[in-house]
Write a new protein. Structure first.
Length: 115
């Protein structure tokens, strides 16, 4: 059973940057396409970015393309999300999971962007 722990969120001004981390337990992590998702107040959870098990293939939602970068370190069972040029509309709780979202969800990490 994979367990996911997100960290790195915080309060930042518009235009600022944050780096989120997601530590995963479990031996299946290294062969799974992983993703980041977010839930904004009053909205449904949405896909943000994904990365293949090898790290060679990445995919981004249009809303974050060019500003966010997903990466992973399989030796540390960790996925990262580098977020630059943050906007108030990026304010949300951020979660990582398998791209299919079939692992138990972690507690998430809150990102708040002030204008």
């Amino acid at each position: 059973q994979v367990q996911l722990v997100e960290s790195g969120g915080g309060l930042v001004q518009a235009g600022g940057s944050l780096r989120l981390s997601c530590a995963a337990s479990g031996r299946t992590f290294n062969v799974i396409t992983m993703g980041w998702f977010r839930t904004a107040p009053g909205k449904e959870r949405e896909f943000v970015a994904s990365i293949s098990w090898s790290g060679w293939s990445t995919y981004y939602a249009d809303s974050v393309k060019g500003r966010f970068t997903i990466s992973r370190d399989n030796t540390k069972n960790t996925v990262y999300l580098e977020m630059n040029s943050l906007k108030p509309e990026d304010t949300a709780a951020y979660y990582c999971n398998a791209r299919a979202g079939n692992f138990p969800w972690g507690q998430g990490t809150q990102v708040t962007v002030s204008s």
